[in-house]
Design a protein around this ligand. Structure first.
Ligand SMILES: *Cc1c(COP(=O)(O)O)cnc(C)c1O
Length: 390
């Protein structure tokens, strides 16, 4: 029996393919250091584990959860937005719980995109935005992010005919894979253009709390009037080392939160109540002190990687946020060739930039989610492999 065309047309999920290559090399006896995957290496915030232990024995938590999120969860997210971003959200109409933001990004697309619509997606970008738009039968229109434009799409240069056909605009700052951050002026421009052309502005704030040298990411919802045009995805995954727990929220524009909730009500029953309680605990028990500790560790790793990649002559920009370093391939190598070179000659796995879109060609992404000594070892191996190569 044939699978549906939409499945046949999908590219292999990038991280799955990378993981399989790493497994294969390891099975052959190679000691591979994997800097390819953006998954925090450190334990989850202790408040989450404590809350899980306290609540999991209570059988009431074993039943179907309230599918749009418990009142306590939605209130905790609203309180977090108030304290962290000075953004005021109505718990009941502006917050919906998600089984991780990846789930939410996907289902939001299904709530809006249909054949004939354009979905504006940055290039390079997290692969889910484009894959889901194509799944839903819409057309993806790519917005190039380049070092020259500080990895921000040039919205002012977009053809009004394109903007008129667009249904969704995806923005993701702090940005995966480039590590770029958005100045307030960019959000102001995006809000104004989306209002003018009736486009839903979709902000993926997965790295909401990661920042170096005092930098703190902003929410697009802090722009006056943004909650009439924007929906934002706030995840506990990266902020609190909770990628495995699958919990996040979509917040902002009421009609979009409602539409996403409608799609979800036909698909899932919300995050496990115990996990929602864990999220409440994390958001209420001094989240910023946990985040300060996390940022101190990532900043040390970032500084090391920046120094070494610069010494190799490959540095692009110094990231102020995320746990990625986006850097140039060694001269003459494509992204794919460079990723193969480093895995074959240095036993270091990196992500080829081209996997995030055509504009990522000529770039590599390195993830800072390994201990300092491991990172140091990986960078030394990369440097030696390059010396042998020259
Ligand atoms: C990690 C990541 C996500 C996924 O977050 P979950 O809440 O764990 O699903 C979404 N967007 C970007 C850009 C990411 O890097």
């Amino acid at each position: 029996m044939h699978t549906a065309k939409r499945v046949n047309q999908l590219p292999p999920y990038l991280f799955l393919a990378l993981d399989q290559l790493v497994q294969k090399k390891r099975a052959e006896g190679h000691d591979i250091i994997n800097l390819g995957i953006g998954d925090p290496d450190m334990p989850s915030a202790p408040a989450a584990v404590g809350a899980l232990k306290r609540t999991v024995e209570d059988a009431i938590t074993h039943r179907y959860p309230e599918s749009l999120g418990s009142r306590r969860f939605r209130q905790a997210v609203a309180d977090r937005y108030r304290d962290r971003f000075n953004v005021h959200l109505d718990r009941d109409s502006q917050v919906v719980a998600l089984i991780g933001s990846k789930e939410g990004l996907a289902h939001l697309t299904w709530a809006y995109a249909e054949p004939g619509d354009l979905v504006l997606v940055p290039d390079p970008a997290y692969p889910v935005y484009a894959a889901q738009a194509e799944f839903a039968g819409a057309t993806v229109y790519r917005l190039p992010l380049t070092q020259e434009n500080h990895f921000l799409p040039n919205l002012a240069a977009l053809d009004p005919a394109i903007l008129s056909q667009a249904k969704l605009l995806w923005v993701n700052y702090p940005n995966n894979p480039t590590g770029a951050v958005a100045p307030r002026a960019f959000y102001e421009e995006a809000v104004s253009i989306c209002r003018q052309y009736d486009i839903l502005l979709c902000s993926d704030l997965a790295y909401a709390d990661i920042g170096f040298e005092g930098y703190r990411p902003e929410s697009v919802l802090s722009i006056p009037g943004a909650d009439e045009v924007a929906i934002e995805f706030y995840s506990l995954s990266k902020s609190f080392n909770m990628t495995g727990w699958r919990v996040a929220a979509a917040v902002g524009r009421r009609s979009a939160v409602h539409a996403l909730g409608q799609v979800k009500s036909h698909l899932d029953s919300g995050p496990f109540t115990v996990v929602q309680e864990a999220a409440v605990a994390v958001l209420q028990e001094d989240p910023d002190s946990f985040i300060r500790g996390l940022n101190t560790i990532y900043e040390k790793r970032r500084n090391l990687a920046v120094r070494e990649i610069r010494a190799m002559g490959l540095l692009g920009e110094i990231p102020q946020s995320t746990f990625y370093l986006w850097f140039r391939t060694p001269s003459g190598m494509s992204s794919g060739q460079a990723a193969s070179f480093f895995i074959e000659k240095a036993d270091v796995a990196l992500t080829p930039g081209s996997a995030y879109g055509a504009q990522g060609e000529g770039w590599l992404r390195l993830s800072l989610t390994v201990p300092f000594v491991t990172l140091d070892d990986a960078l030394a191996r990369m440097r030696q492999a390059l010396l042998r190569h020259d």
